[in-house]
Design a protein around this ligand. Structure first.
Ligand code: ZN
Length: 185
């Protein structure tokens, strides 16, 4: 199966609200998972660090995403995920999105979340995450609700080109190198 064409920022459909998947065991849903998997795997060969992809990014307005959680070799396909509980604490995470090439954004996310979803067999599941994994889930659910990283930016200066050649002093450059890597979603 080939890599699908990715929808990039500026394409109006990325700001649409995606539809709930009614029958997770329908053949077309299995086909969608295969398309999403092939595209995510293909893109990961080109963009090391890419950890997730959602159906709206390949032009399908349905609530399915596929995620490589931290430290887990196998990805998980989530259908109709939604946040049922979130911590009062928040965290600032650097994130990238395959639909917004070359840029990274620092966003404020819930530190911990409990997300419920349906798996490919149609069973209800829940996942408790924190930090980067929690941010990753919030990022993907944002795609289903038509929000991109640019819509979540709370400080317009918290945006960088990923290959920025900063005109800063040496001390600042070495401090920047200690920053945690952004999460590429
Ligand atoms: Zn994204």
């Amino acid at each position: 199966m080939s890599i699908e064409h990715l929808q990039l920022i500026g394409h109006a459909s990325l700001w649409d609200r995606s539809q709930t998947i009614r029958d997770p065991r329908a053949p077309e849903i299995a086909e969608l998972e295969a398309r999403l998997a092939a595209t995510l795997d293909g893109l990961r060969n080109d963009q090391a660090g890419l950890r997730s992809l959602s159906a709206p990014q390949i032009g399908i307005s349905l609530r399915m995403c596929r995620i490589f959680f931290f430290g887990k070799p196998e990805p998980v396909t989530l259908i109709n995920p939604w946040v049922v509980e979130a911590s009062l604490e928040s965290t600032d995470e650097w994130e990238e999105c395959a639909s917004i090439p070359h840029l990274r954004f620092e966003l404020r996310r819930f530190q911990r979340t409990t997300v419920e979803y349906v798996d490919m067999a149609g069973s209800g599941r829940s996942i408790v995450s924190e930090g980067t994994d929690a941010a990753l889930l919030q990022h993907e659910i944002d795609h289903f609700n038509g929000f991109l990283l640019t819509d979540r930016l709370h400080d317009s200066k918290k945006i960088e080109h990923r290959f920025a050649n900063r005109s800063k002093g040496k001390a600042q450059e070495s401090a920047d190198h200690r920053l945690p890597k952004s999460t590429l979603c």
